[in-house]
Design a protein around this ligand. Structure first.
Ligand code: FMN
Length: 244
């Protein structure tokens, strides 16, 4: 049941979000859609269907104050439904907050580097929200070899990482250099929405820089311009204490 205090907090969150969107809706010059040659055609092969997103197990006000960055996780796998809930939250955050940017062709893309997710083989996947599915784009090493993919090796020990990329070329074409900041704000909002969804499932994690740039370039065609890595979220069951 929501209380007046919960409503106040939700209102505050919505006001904060509205502030981050102000500059996208009050551009000083006419904005045009991103031309086709700056867009990456979608790949919809190798699909793996996702289950329905897991329903939250706690209210946001009950878990928000205990939110803390978690770097280390138990060996427990995430369920496909938990992963679906985090991806869905990130996607909905962007769809609801920046509809004009998306309609103009400035897209965010969500990827998942999965090591321990029930029903998913180890690999790199792109989320296709309109199909409630993942598209497998590449394999990934596991064990010690996975540590080569990240700057901080502990993130390769997570059950899964959600990686957020955006069309920087399209954003710059539409907004000038200000487009980069807008993309970062959108990715931050999406990454944190995934985090809040994780908290409500009694999971934990942290936002961080993501896979090393060459890894996404080689495995997901992220050239840093038409598809640029923006932020990532490591998710899992929080472990107590860091391993030596
Ligand atoms: C844009 C951004 C990038 C970040 N990148 C990293 C990172 O690469 N590695 C890391 O350990 N933490 C990273 N963090 C996480 C912060 O360091 C972490 O949230 C901070 O230590 C505060 O901890 P707290 O959230 O528990 O208060 C990043 C946070 C943000 C907002």
């Amino acid at each position: 049941m929501t209380t007046p205090v919960d409503e106040d907090r939700s209102e505050l969150l919505m006001e904060l979000l509205a502030d981050t969107r102000l500059d996208a809706v009050s551009a000083r010059r006419p904005l045009s859609p991103v031309p086709d040659f700056l867009r990456i055609p979608p790949d919809r092969s190798n699909l793996v269907a996702l289950p329905e997103p897991a329903a939250p197990r706690a209210g946001l006000p009950d878990v928000l104050l205990d939110r803390v960055s978690v770097h280390y996780f138990t060996p427990a796998a995430l369920t496909g439904a938990e992963l679906a809930a985090m991806l869905d939250a990130a996607e909905r955050m962007d769809a609801q907050s920046w509809p004009q940017e998306r309609a103009a062709g400035v897209d965010l893309e969500l990827y998942c580097a999965a090591w321990r997710v029930t029903g998913l083989g180890t690999g790199l996947y792109r989320y296709l929200p309109e199909k409630a599915a993942l598209c497998r784009v590449a394999g990934l090493p596991d064990g010690a070899a996975a540590e080569e993919l990240v700057l901080q090796r502990e993130f390769a020990w997570a059950p899964a990482l959600i990686l957020i990329t955006g069309n920087l070329a399209g954003a710059l074409d539409r907004h000038g250099s200000h487009g980069h900041r807008l993309l970062l704000a959108r990715a931050g909002a999406a990454g944190n929405a995934a985090w809040l969804a994780a908290l409500r499932l009694h999971l934990g994690g942290t936002v961080f820089a993501g896979l090393l740039p060459h890894v996404l370039r080689e495995r997901a065609g992220a050239d840093g311009y038409h598809r640029a890595a923006l932020i990532a979220f490591a998710a899992g069951q929080p472990a107590t204490g860091a391993p030596a």
